[in-house]
Design a protein around this ligand. Sequence first.
Ligand code: PLP
Length: 385
Amino acid sequence: MREIYLDNSATTRCFPETAELMNKLYLEEYGNPSSMHHKGVEAERRLTEASAILAGILKVRPANLIYTSCGTESDNLAIIGAAMAMRRSGRHLITTVIEHPAVLETMRFLEEQGFEVTYLPVDSEGQVSPQAVEAAVREDTILVSVMHTNNEIGTVQPIEEIGAAIKRRNPRTLFHVDAVQGFGKARILPKKARIDLLSVSGHKIHAAKGVGFLYIGDGCRIRPILFGGGQQKGMRSGTQNTAGIAGMALSARILYDNLEQDNDRLCRLRDLFISLVTQIPDAFINGMGAARRAPHIISLTVPGVRAEVLLHALEDKGVYVSSGSACASNRPHLSGTLSAIGLKGDQLDNTIRISLSVMNTEEDVREAAAAIAELVPFLRRYTRH
Ligand code: PLP
């Protein structure tokens, strides 16, 4: 049976070039970058090359990048690190109700430590308004965290306007952006958008699991959250994942070298899929209009069909999608993002996420849409009373 993998926001398949490079590093260039001998120098050189590539994409200095184990660690380091470094100047943080648990749970942890957090609402398309952010920033606000692209519905936030609004109100307030779903799909320039901290994860961009990075802007002081051998100038102790880092940089370069063409193609595939599945009676798409939504994430509500049932029925046909957010799927709660944009009752449980990547084809999209259209009338007979 042909596999049609449409769960790329959960994770992606590694690019073959990246897997090949990582294999070489595991088998041949396996030195510890902190070692003083040739093997160490060779590994260190791989890190230097990776930082040059990633910094070039973001138009920042290589020294601004700290490697981590994943997007979750990058988010934790940014938020806890900033809170610990700045707690004498303030104890207030701002975020939105549709952030990933890597941000929301970190905020809850800080609330337990005596910090105050404001959770901003979003509109029916999942957008947070820059005016609302500006109004919420206070003299004692140390950090604002807003995601670039929402992982469940694909809403892209007006990051540049939000950055400008924050700094207008309080230039000392740090701006953190979780770009785990946006990096590799959008050109993100931290300096232009006034971003101080930016989180990225390797496995969402056709690189390995277990690697990510955090951009830390010049003049932005944060405290480390891991202590030990003092690697990465003491900002993140622990031996660097050299193969993972080199692979992440290569995957990023491949994506950014072809970004505009790939995004055009992805948008066409996304819009084709949407036009096909919205022919199903009562089915609708959540999030923003086509012109502004992310090219790769589609949230589809099919009233009368439980997401989990549809997901497994599709799996039987070789089509992989997810229900709600796959990243939080080990927790059986319903999506906070979907209720934040106004979905109610059964609609929450009747929503699947389809997420594309550059590896998908028009055939994938047509076959997946046909499989959904074929299954829905059959499944509705069993779900509707
Ligand atoms: N932030 C967002 C928006 C995500 O979508 C995810 C994972 O899906 C994460 C953070 C966590 O990234 P990681 O799986 O690398 O820890």
